[in-house]
Design a protein around this ligand. Structure first.
Ligand SMILES: Nc1nc2c(ncn2[C@@H]2O[C@H](COP(=O)(O)OP(=O)(O)OP(=O)(O)O)[C@@H](O)[C@H]2O)c(=O)[nH]1
Ligand SMILES: [Mg+2]
Length: 445
């Protein structure tokens, strides 16, 4: 997610963030770099111009250049501007209480991810205790109804289907009647993929809208289409009226143009992002976290939340203390390997770690290598694991033999351990800076 953009922004952060003093020229160069990065990310040109001008104007001012940590202040400014672009705060669904039926209408271009997203949303809302009915109102694509039927049964959500039906307006109305009658509190309507320039199709979706009067009319837009997503959203909003956007295929979007253009161009918030093809691959969109990722500061909040689901608070604090002081030992590492397995996808974790985001190739982290690491660590004595400095050549030979690996592999692991320790220390430092920045931001409000 956003790898390319994050790479560019991280360069800026590295080059200017650590400077004790910065000149107007430094600021101008950094802003120029940012401008190029945004254009390459396929952000709408008007949005880029506004971003660049307002950043320049504010960064040149006293508050940044004359501040105690001008480099950090500059990055904070860029961070805040990114957050503003992305939409300032979380926009959740606005649904009615469980006593009535709320309606969510999904619309968008062909292949944008509507049907998949309908089932993901259903799965998410079901997890929150809502009683959901899916309505199959794409009667154009031959396999569409069947696709929704299969998805619904996979997640255990009922699907309203009218065999042989031709009119989506009628099906939508009948689905709503059923939902009300049978006390479903949420109806999610999947619709046909349509082109915004196809007038009859646009008229049809307006009629579907009028038949169900949705609480949420959400455009499902493919994040990989870049700023085009914002233009599409604009037209759909003008014609049908949108309450928000779901950016699908965010996992495959390395550039970020859609996410960064949408709010400014359309005024509509991104409510969710699609992060995989699976039912659980839908996440709330948090502007702050995405801005953190773009700046290569990682999604610290996300990482901590993920960790907290596996560790308890005490363990997290202890781990953080060790990481900050380089007290982290091979023993800890061995224990972490076990925890990491529990936390799930290695890639999604690494992406959240500042400094490592975008630098590690997922193909290089394979489970087999993790297994080998584990057996090397297990072949060490506890004493060796708590102080890796005592592991000389003869111990290395013994460990290699014991773990069925080679001395080369043992050496590599020890080197990697040193590197990881360093990265952790840096990350904890960054985390402190982020926390400081956030605190200042809160005060400034
Ligand atoms: N990686 C990834 N793939 C996705 C995501 N959302 C949808 N897809 C894939 O995109 C393809 C199209 O998804 P659909 O849900 O069928 O799209 P649609 O908008 O309903 O398509 P039509 O009904 O033909 O207009 C499928 O292969 C999905 O698995 C996502 O968030 N991430
Ligand atoms: Mg579909």
């Amino acid at each position: 997610m956003l790898e390319k953009l994050s790479e560019k922004f991280s360069d800026v952060v590295r080059s200017i963030g650590g400077k004790a003093t910065i000149s107007e020229k430094n600021v101008e160069e950094a802003v120029e770099q940012i401008k190029l990065a945004l254009l390459e990310a396929d952000v709408n040109l008007r949005v880029v111009r506004r971003f660049v001008n307002s950043t320049l104007e504010e960064a040149r001012g006293e508050k940044v250049l004359r501040s105690v940590q001008p480099g950090q202040q500059f990055i904070k400014l860029v961070h805040d501007k990114l957050v503003a672009l992305l939409g300032e705060g979380r926009s959740d669904l606005v649904l009615k209480g469980p006593d009535t039926t709320s309606v969510i209408l999904l619309l968008g271009l062909q292949g944008s991810g509507k049907t998949t997203t309908a089932s993901k949303l259903a799965f998410m809302l079901k997890g929150k205790g809502r009683r959901v009915l899916l309505a199959a109102c794409d009667l154009v694509r031959p396999a569409a109804v069947e696709q929704l039927r299969v998805l619904g049964s996979q997640i255990g959500v009922d699907v309203y289907i009218e065999e042989g039906a031709k009119d989506p307006v009628k099906v939508a109305a009948a689905a709503l009647a059923k939902a009300r009658r049978e006390l479903y509190d949420t109806l999610i309507v999947d619709t046909t993929g349509r082109l915004q320039i196809d007038e009859p199709m646009m008229q049809e979706i307006v009629r579907v809208r009028d038949a169900v009067k949705p609480d949420e009319a959400l455009l499902v837009a493919d994040a990989m289409t870049g700023q085009a997503a914002a233009d599409i959203a604009k037209t759909f909003d003008e014609r049908v009226g949108l309450t928000g956007v779901i950016l699908s295929k965010f996992d495959s979007d390395t550039r970020g143009g859609a996410a960064l253009s949408l709010k400014s161009v359309t005024g509509k918030p991104v409510k969710f992002i699609g992060t995989s093809e699976k039912p659980e691959g839908l996440e709330p969109f948090f502007p702050e976290r995405v801005a953190g990722r773009i700046l290569g500061m990682g999604d610290i909040v996300g990482l901590v939340e993920k960790a907290q689901s596996v560790y308890d608070q005490k363990q997290v604090e202890e781990l953080e203390r060790k990481m900050a002081n380089s007290d982290f030992t091979l023993q800890d590492w061995l224990e972490q390997l076990g925890q990491v397995k529990k936390m799930g996808s290695f890639k999604s974790m690494i992406e959240m770690i500042p400094g490592l985001a975008g630098q590690i190739d997922e193909d290089r982290i394979d489970r087999g290598a993790m297994k080998a690491q584990e057996s090397i660590l297990q072949s060490m004595t506890r004493k060796e694991r708590s102080n890796h400095l005592i592991i000389g050549p003869s111990r290395r030979t013994r460990i290699a033999r014991g773990s069925g690996t080679s001395v080369g592999e043992v050496n590599r692991l020890l080197k990697q351990f040193e590197k990881t320790r360093l990265a952790m220390k840096k990350m904890m430092k960054n985390k402190g800076q982020m926390a400081q920045m956030m605190a200042q931001q809160q005060k400034g409000r």
